[in-house]
Design a protein around this ligand. Structure first.
Ligand code: GDP
Ligand code: MG
Ligand code: ZN
Length: 335
């Protein structure tokens, strides 16, 4: 008990210190704004966010450590902003430009928090170890459909399995290929199979998602030569310490692709959607929607359910309908 009380007191103390710090930074941002008065306003891209600090890159590829006004809302990795330079490679962000897309996740208190903006593709990274679950894979794919971005499945650690076992592993994902999701096999360790992956990343702003340990960071390192040095330089220049790699960070590849590594994205909240929205997240359901005997069919045991018939005829994989039903149950629960 004593231990728990102490923890609570510590938590309050931390919250108070954070609030004081936030206020100090807000005052600093206001001061910086006054200092920047008269400086030209430029456009920039948010590379990463560390609390109330942003790393912003200008058109020439130079990075600036920026503060921002509190009333701009949540600014995240991938955001386009207007900012003004102040002294010593620093700046202050004055406005947030409209986003095309935004990917959110629930924070520790269950509220939706934006994680990355302006992405065009979700790259779901899977590996034999840690073993993937179809449910999680489907969650990622549905998130992509509902946000309105492409999805790509990347099977990593090809080197871990013997050829036959690797073939069998790949085969379990054939059903995703069948419904139009590209599936790519790679080994970040052997730097094998990266070319097709790079081709799919070209022209896109992608975010790597997947369980911790599947090799997301290793893939980024394999695709960006000397990244580890670059990360070191970035932390030094920004004075933000060594946590640079522990927040979502936007990287630019040689072929022009934009790639975000997102540590700690294990799941997405599907947000306040209803069962009809969820149906749209399963792209292969589309031809059957609205074809059930009952217009309010929940696709469980209702007679004349077009989705269940499609499962029986082999047009829809049973696991996908099962995962749909499970997700639909989650929607019914109060958030
Ligand atoms: N055998 C093998 N191990 C890999 C491969 N890619 C990553 N790993 C290992 O998997 C572990 C987790 O990799 P990491 O990139 O940190 O995963 P992340 O948590 O998804 O970013 C590390 O020990 C990597 O060395 C691969 O292609 N083959
Ligand atoms: Mg990582
Ligand atoms: Zn139905």
């Amino acid at each position: 008990m004593a231990r728990r009380r102490l923890t609570k007191r510590q938590r309050e103390r931390i919250a108070r210190l954070q609030e004081e710090r936030r206020k100090r930074l807000a005052a600093k941002a206001e001061q910086a704004l006054q200092d920047a008065d008269g400086e030209e306003v430029r456009e920039g891209r948010v590379i990463s966010r560390h609390g109330q600090h942003l790393m912003v890159q200008d058109g020439a590829g130079k990075q600036y450590h920026c503060l921002f006004r509190q009333n701009l809302g949540e600014i995240v990795c991938g955001d386009r902003v207007l900012w003004q330079p102040v002294a010593d490679g620093q700046g202050v962000v004055v406005s947030l430009l409209p986003r095309n897309t935004v990917l959110s996740r629930p924070d520790y208190s269950g509220r939706d928090k934006p994680l990355a903006a302006n992405i065009t593709q979700l790259v779901v990274v899977l590996a034999p170890r840690p073993p993937p679950t179809g449910y999680l894979t489907d969650q990622y794919l549905i998130a992509a459909e509902l946000i309105g971005v492409k999805a790509l499945i990347t099977l990593n650690k090809a080197d871990l399995l013997a050829p036959e076992a690797w073939q069998a592993f790949q085969q379990t994902f054939a059903r995703y290929k069948d419904i139009g999701y590209p599936v790519i096999a790679v080994s970040a360790r052997r730097e094998h199979g990266l070319e097709p992956l790079l081709d799919h990343l070209k022209g896109e702003t992608s975010i790597l998602v997947g369980q911790s340990g599947v090799g997301k960071s290793s893939l980024i390192n394999a695709m960006i030569p000397n990244l580890e040095e670059a990360v070191g330089e970035l932390s030094e220049a920004s004075g933000l310490g060594r946590h640079t790699t522990s927040v979502a960070t936007l990287h630019f590849l040689e072929n022009g692709a934009e790639l975000i590594d997102s540590p700690g994205v294990r799941s997405f909240r599907l947000g306040k959607i209803d069962i009809r929205d969820l149906e749209k997240g399963f792209r292969e359901f589309a031809p059957y929607l609205g074809k059930c005997r009952f217009s309010n069919c929940r696709h469980r045991n209702e007679p004349g359910c077009a989705l269940n018939q499609a499962v029986e005829s082999g047009a829809i994989h049973p696991e996908r309908l099962k995962n749909f039903l499970h997700m639909a149950e989650q929607l019914d629960r109060p958030h």
